[in-house]
Design a protein around this ligand. Structure first.
Ligand code: MN
Length: 228
């Protein structure tokens, strides 16, 4: 193909235990998937209808990255989340069919310009500028799901400068992974390469320049980085 400008690089993530990489097609995120976090945001959980938003694929940055403090905000917040990577696609799926799409797991931060999100909520505007900015999605290397036991007791944690900021177990999720995938597949045709951020527990707070973060999904993946 003879393109008029340089073809953009396909974003990708490393794979634990492999020298191959996982190419990223789209990044979907669910909101309000832990009741305590919904409460701290003054929102309620809609157990029937999960709420979704998207980030651009090139907002993903890998483990060990320096994350530039974004422009246009004075209130950058961390949201630690399990990240699910899809190895196949489909639409209008049952939860059982959705579960079969999972290729692997990682841990990430859904970085949020909280002040811009508050303005968007007040004006009933979309969340794109609050959620979808450059470098807004640090994600660990991914671990292939094959043979992995990911149960309700698996812990999700975030430390900032060595201090525990967020901690939960996956059993606290309102919508589990098969139901998230099924619900998304009724809105979008999912494909291999899609990432899904599965929501954050309580404890979201501000990050400052110089802060070092350490996120972990116990026994699965770890993510380190620094705000610069
Ligand atoms: Mn989030």
């Amino acid at each position: 193909m003879n393109y008029i400008i340089a073809v953009p690089v396909i974003p990708s993530l490393p794979i634990i235990g492999s020298d191959q990489r996982f190419p990223i097609r789209r990044v979907f995120c669910i909101g309000r998937n832990y009741a305590e976090h919904a409460r701290e945001m003054g929102a309620s959980v809609d157990t029937a209808a999960p709420m979704f938003f998207c980030k651009p694929a090139d907002a993903v940055v890998g483990d060990g990255a320096d994350v530039p403090y974004p422009q246009a905000t004075g209130d950058l917040h961390h949201e630690v989340e399990m990240v699910v990577a899809l190895g196949a696609g489909g639409r209008d799926l049952t939860p059982e069919q959705g579960a079969a799409l999972v290729w692997g797991y990682g841990v990430g931060l859904d970085l949020t310009r909280r002040d811009l999100q508050a303005q968007a909520k007040a004006k009933a505007h979309p969340w794109d500028v609050a959620k979808g900015f450059d470098h807004s999605a640090p994600v660990s290397a991914l671990r292939q799901a094959t043979g992995m036991a990911l149960d309700a007791g698996t812990a999700l944690r975030l430390h900032v400068n060595g201090e525990l900021r967020q901690q939960t177990t996956l059993g606290e999720m309102v919508h589990d992974v098969p139901h998230i995938i099924a619900a998304l597949s009724r809105l979008f045709e999912l494909k291999a390469g899609d990432l899904i951020f599965t929501g954050t527990p309580a404890g979201v707070a501000a990050l400052q320049r110089g802060d070092r973060f350490h996120a972990e999904l116990t026994g699965v993946a770890e993510l380190d980085g620094r705000i610069v």
